[in-house]
Design a protein around this ligand. Structure first.
Ligand code: SF4
Ligand SMILES: [Mg+2]
Length: 311
C-alpha cells in the first residue's frame, strides 16, 4: 500500500489556480490518480466543471499535455491521438522505447450520456487508454440537470422536488456493469475516502494494456447542497450505505468487492447531510425512501452474488 509520504513526494501535476468550488472532490481525486502513472500522461478532457475551471485564459492548472473537447467526443479524440502516436512509433519518428499513458476524463453527463457511444466504440476497437469518470451524479457544470448517473429520488434542476414531482424517478444506469459487459480488462468503482484503494486502482488501470475504466464518486457541495468540509466523509457514508459499492471487474467477469461495510447504514443517514435529498425525509415521501432502500439492497445482493472474493 502506498503511504501518504510516498504520494506527497511525487510531483503534483494538477496545481493551484483553478476555480473549482471549495470542497469539490475533483482536485483530490486527480492528485491521487495522476501520481499513479510511471509514465508521462496526456489528457483528453470532455467539457465539464474540470475543463472549464482549470483552463481559463491565460492560466492553466495542468502541468502536462491536456486537450479540451466537447461533451461527446473526448474518447474519439483520444483514440485518434493514441493511433497517431503508434503510427509515429512505427515510422521511427518517436522512439519505440518511449511510453506515454492516455487518460480520458469526463463527468457523469459526458460518460453515462452524451459521450457513451464514443467511449463504447473506443473500447470495442481496443485503444490503449484509461477512462476516468468524475461522477458527481449531476450535470453540475451546466446548471445541475439530471444525468443517467443521478440516483433515484434526487432533486435536480430538471427533476425538481415540489408539488408535482418528488425528484428523479429512475434508478441510476449501471455504467460500470456496461463497461464490464464490453469484456474490458479492467473496470472499477472507487471513492476518495479510500485513497489507497483509489491509487491502487489507478495504478492497475495505467498498467493495463488496452482500455480500462474508473468510475469515481466525486463530491460536489454545490449541487449536493452539502457542507464543503463533509465532502470526503459523504463518500464514505455512500459506501457504507452500499449505494456506492467500491469494487473492480477484471476481464469483464472477475468481480472483487474491495470494501464490505462492517456495519451497513440506512440510506437516509447519507441523505440527511445533503439538501438535494431533503424532501425524501418528509413523511409523505416515505414510500420513495423505502423503494430506494430496496433498490440498493437488490443491487448489493446482485454484486455479492457475482463476487468471487471479498477483501
Ligand atoms: S459545481 Fe460541483 S463539481 Fe463543479 S466545481 Fe463546484 S463542487 Fe466541483
Ligand atoms: Mg457531473
Amino acid at each position: 500500500m502506498v503511504t501518504l509520504k510516498e504520494l506527497a513526494a511525487k510531483e503534483d501535476l494538477f496545481v493551484a489556480g483553478h476555480k473549482l468550488c471549495p470542497g469539490c472532490g475533483i482536485p483530490v481525486i486527480l492528485k491521487i490518480i495522476l501520481r499513479a502513472s510511471k509514465y508521462p500522461v496526456v489528457i483528453s478532457n470532455a467539457t465539464g466543471c474540470l475543463a472549464v475551471a482549470s483552463s481559463e485564459f491565460p492560466g492553466t492548472s495542468w502541468k502536462l499535455n491536456w486537450i479540451h473537447n466537447s461533451y461527446g467526443n473526448a474518447s474519439a479524440v483520444m483514440a485518434g491521438i493514441e493511433t497517431t502516436y503508434n503510427a509515429l512509433k512505427k515510422q521511427g519518428r518517436v522512439p519505440n522505447s518511449r511510453n506515454i499513458k492516455f487518460l480520458i476524463i469526463g463527468g457523469d453527463g459526458a460518460t453515462y450520456d452524451s459521450g457513451l457511444g464514443g467511449l463504447s466504440g473506443a473500447i470495442e476497437r481496443g485503444h490503449d487508454f484509461v477512462y476516468l469518470c468524475l461522477n458527481n451524479q449531476t450535470q453540475a457544470c451546466s446548471g445541475g440537470q439530471r444525468s443517467s448517473a443521478s440516483p433515484m429520488g434526487v432533486s435536480t434542476s430538471t427533476t425538481p422536488s415540489g408539488k408535482v414531482s418528488s425528484g428523479k424517478m429512475q434508478v441510476a444506469k449501471n455504467i460500470s456493469g456496461i463497461m464490464a459487459a464490453h469484456g474490458i480488462s479492467y473496470a472499477a468503482q472507487a471513492a476518495p475516502w479510500n485513497w489507497q484503494d483509489l491509487h491502487k486502482k489507478a495504478k492497475k488501470a495505467f498498467d493495463t494494456t488496452g482500455p480500462s475504466f474508473l468510475n469515481v464518486l466525486t463530491p460536489c457541495p454545490t449541487e449536493w447542497q452539502s457542507s464543503p468540509e463533509k465532502s470526503i466523509e459523504l463518500t464514505k457514508l455512500a459506501t457504507d450505505t452500499c449505494s456506492w459499492p467500491i469494487y473492480e471487474v477484471k476481464d469483464g467477469n472477475e468481480v472483487t468487492i474491495n470494501y464490505n461495510p462492517p456495519k451497513k447504514i440506512p440510506v437516509h443517514e447519507w441523505f440527511e447531510l445533503q439538501g438535494r435529498f431533503k424532501h425524501l425525509l418528509k413523511a409523505e415521501n416515505k414510500w420513495i425512501l423505502e423503494q430506494i432502500q430496496d433498490e440498493i439492497e437488490k443491487s448489493w445482493e446482485l454484486l455479492i452474488s457475482q463476487n468471487l472474493k471479498v477483501n
